[in-house]
Design a protein around this ligand. Structure first.
Ligand code: HXC
Length: 258
């Protein structure tokens, strides 16, 4: 079935772009949109032609959060049974690099979705925030954890407890995002970054991503051990032979993901 709330583009070879497309509600993340996103990511992760994936909204909003109208009347038992976070858990398992291209609002679940991605490219108009506190709740899809790890306790506490939005410039300075561009260039910049990643060995990129993410939930020793295993494992790949031989022969490598 054709998805209703997302559009899939291919802006460059090996690069896929999923656009959240519910503009009338500032891309509020209803359950159907999240399920479509999960399925698209599962398919793109399995597609050998794809090496990097961009997620964007539109100029006005990346996503203004989970859909408040869909949640407002729910009980705790309803929320438990709906189990929306299993969708988020599935998205988190994406092995290929995810780049969030953010313009306008990235709030609540929208900010959490951007933070679930591996890198964030933002337009100068981007606004990041966790305003759930103003709705009488709190972040539920990683906001208290990923934001704190990214920007530190002081700013995370302020954003989560007051709901204050931060600008792209403040987000860059705080280490939440990778790059800021004028609004007309943010998608182009995300594609440029995705193309850069897709020129690398796809196997090495996936294993390196896995190892960086390991740093968030392991001790230093465990993380180093994990890193070392992935490092050794890559010596079983043709791409390692190609990458090192190409260096020696002073030519660009041609990686195959094998
Ligand atoms: C449902 C939303 C929405 C949301 C905006 N809309 N955000 N609908 N859920 N999260 C809808 C509005 O109701 C409105 O619909 C239309 O989008 C345009 O929004 P406006 O408010 O008219 O636009 P504006 O005045 O420009 O204000 C923009 C805004 C504001 C500051 C972003 O919309 C806002 O505060 N939105 C809610 C942000 C928020 O609290 N997010 C956290 C949600 S909780 P109509 O039909 O009136 O035109 C959350 C929990 C995550 O994310 C838990 C894990 C998943």
């Amino acid at each position: 079935m054709q998805p209703e709330f997302i559009i899939i583009h291919q802006p460059a070879p090996h690069v896929a772009h999923i656009q959240l497309n519910r503009p009338e509600a500032l891309n509020a993340l209803n359950l159907q949109l999240m399920s479509e996103l999960k399925e698209a990511l599962r398919d793109l992760d399995a597609d050998e032609q794809v090496r990097a994936i961009i997620i964007s909204g539109n100029e006005k909003a990346f996503a203004a959060g989970a859909d408040i109208t869909q949640m407002a009347g729910k009980s705790a038992v309803d929320m438990y049974n709906i189990d929306q976070f299993s969708t988020w858990d599935a998205i988190k398992k994406t092995k290929k690099p995810l780049i969030a291209a953010v313009s306008g609002f990235a709030l609540g679940g929208g900010c959490e979705l951007a933070m679930l991605c591996d890198m964030i490219v933002a337009s100068e108009t981007a606004r990041f925030g966790q305003p759930e506190i103003k709705l009488g709740v709190m972040p539920g899809a990683g906001g208290t954890q990923r934001l704190t790890r990214a920007v530190g306790k002081a700013l995370a506490m302020e954003m989560v407890l007051t709901g204050r939005f931060i600008s792209a410039a403040e987000a860059l300075q705080a280490g939440l995002i990778n790059r800021v561009t004028p609004v007309e260039l943010y998608l182009e910049e995300a594609v440029k970054l995705a193309r850069e990643l897709s020129a690398m060995s796809p196997l090495a990129v996936k294993m390196a991503k896995e190892a960086v993410l390991k740093a968030f939930d392991s001790s230093l020793d465990e993380g180093l051990h994990f890193e070392r295993k992935n490092f050794y494992l890559l010596f079983a790949s043709e791409d390692q032979k190609e990458g090192m031989q190409a260096f020696i022969e002073k030519r660009p490598p041609a990686f195959k993901g094998k």
